[in-house]
Design a protein around this ligand. Structure first.
Ligand SMILES: Nc1nc2c(ncn2[C@@H]2O[C@H](COP(=O)(O)OP(=O)(O)OP(=O)(O)O)[C@@H](O)[C@H]2O)c(=O)[nH]1
Ligand SMILES: [Mg+2]
Length: 304
């Protein structure tokens, strides 16, 4: 089989040679051909130079987030006509020795995408995993379970295997939502997803590039997750309509209490509340409308 490996990197000069070396050696040891190693890169250090020297193709990530970079890298891997595409973090946290276990469900035709879970068995995380990360994963997993109806136990495993069909059809809305949107999109399109237990080593060097700031991460991911859940239709429109109805009621109240005299209406304090309620109502409706517009564009792109 021909296996392509796509590795996202942001300043991983300390580990990239090790990661490329381990992945290619493992794939060859299993009797497969390495179709290509692709670095989807947003680095200011020597990561690109090192990867190029080792024969990897470098796809520039353009600094628009991991999601954008990965989508570009995965699509680029299709040019090498691989039978299976692996994605693997560039910081050495994923164990290349597990590659066979990721390929197996695809080769046995039991899965189209194989995800790794660091929480499916005990003691898979080999270092002190911070509480704030655990809480974040706990929340994200619950959201993903609700959206996909899959019994997932992790959202952020660093190693994945995918059929090229999955990658060919993959489209994402967000630029920072690679881990979540790939699962949601793959599931929506009817592909089979399997989760296997997977070891998670400590970062070999540097520090986390993805979750630098939790508020920023939430800002990037929350609208995309609301959009993909369809909750904007369920909640934003009714919420907007409810606020507008309250605004209308408030206005009637103001009119009735001011004997329909313009000067008294303007002096009535409840008149300010009317503007507040109306502004909330319009904002909820507008946000819902924009999200639905993005959703309909995505559906059209998916069809194409
Ligand atoms: N091209 C590109 N790669 C990125 C970006 N952000 C992170 N990466 C890479 O994506 C991989 C995962 O990022 P990490 O920061 O290690 O995320 P994490 O593993 O969830 O966090 P830690 O457990 O703290 O390492 C690493 O190989 C990063 O170099 C980005 O914006 N662009
Ligand atoms: Mg990492």
């Amino acid at each position: 089989m021909r296996i392509a490996v796509v590795i996202p990197t942001k300043n991983e000069e300390a580990t990239i040679a090790f990661v490329i070396g381990c992945a290619t050696a493992e794939i060859k040891k299993l009797g497969h051909e390495v179709a290509a190693v692709i670095i989807t890169d947003d680095s200011k250090d020597r990561t690109r130079a090192i990867a190029t020297g080792l024969g990897a193709k470098v796809v520039i990530g353009e600094g628009k987030g991991l999601g954008f970079a990965m989508l570009k890298g995965l699509k680029a891997s299709l040019a090498y006509n691989p039978d299976i595409i692996l994605s693997m973090d560039g910081d050495g946290q994923s164990a290349a020795g597990e590659i066979a276990e990721y390929l197996a469900p695809v080769i046995r035709d039991e899965a189209d995408m194989v995800l790794g879970s660091r929480f499916k068995d005990k003691d898979l995380v080999k270092y002190h995993y911070r509480l704030k990360n655990r809480i974040g994963i706990f929340i994200l997993v619950r959201i993903l379970r609700a959206l996909t109806k899959l019994p997932l136990t992790d959202s952020h495993g660093g190693l994945r295997a995918m059929r090229p069909e999955v990658v060919r059809e993959l489209e994402m809305i967000g630029t920072h939502t690679y881990v979540q949107e790939t699962i949601i999109d793959t599931r929506e399109k009817g592909f089979r997803i399997v989760e296997i237990p997977s070891v998670w080593e400590a970062r070999q060097a540097g520090k986390s590039r993805v979750v630098g700031s939790i508020p920023l991460y939430v800002m990037y991911t929350l609208p995309v997750l609301i959009l993909r859940s369809g909750q904007h239709i369920k909640f934003l429109y009714p919420l907007g309509a409810a606020f507008l109805a309250c605004a209308a009621a408030d206005l009637l109240f103001v009119f009735a209490n001011s004997a329909f005299s313009l000067s008294q209406i303007l002096e009535n304090k409840s008149f300010n509340t009317f503007f507040l309620l109306m502004s909330f109502g319009m904002n909820f409706l507008f946000f819902g409308f924009v999200l639905e517009l993005i959703n309909s564009i995505k559906r059209r792109v998916d069809k194409i």
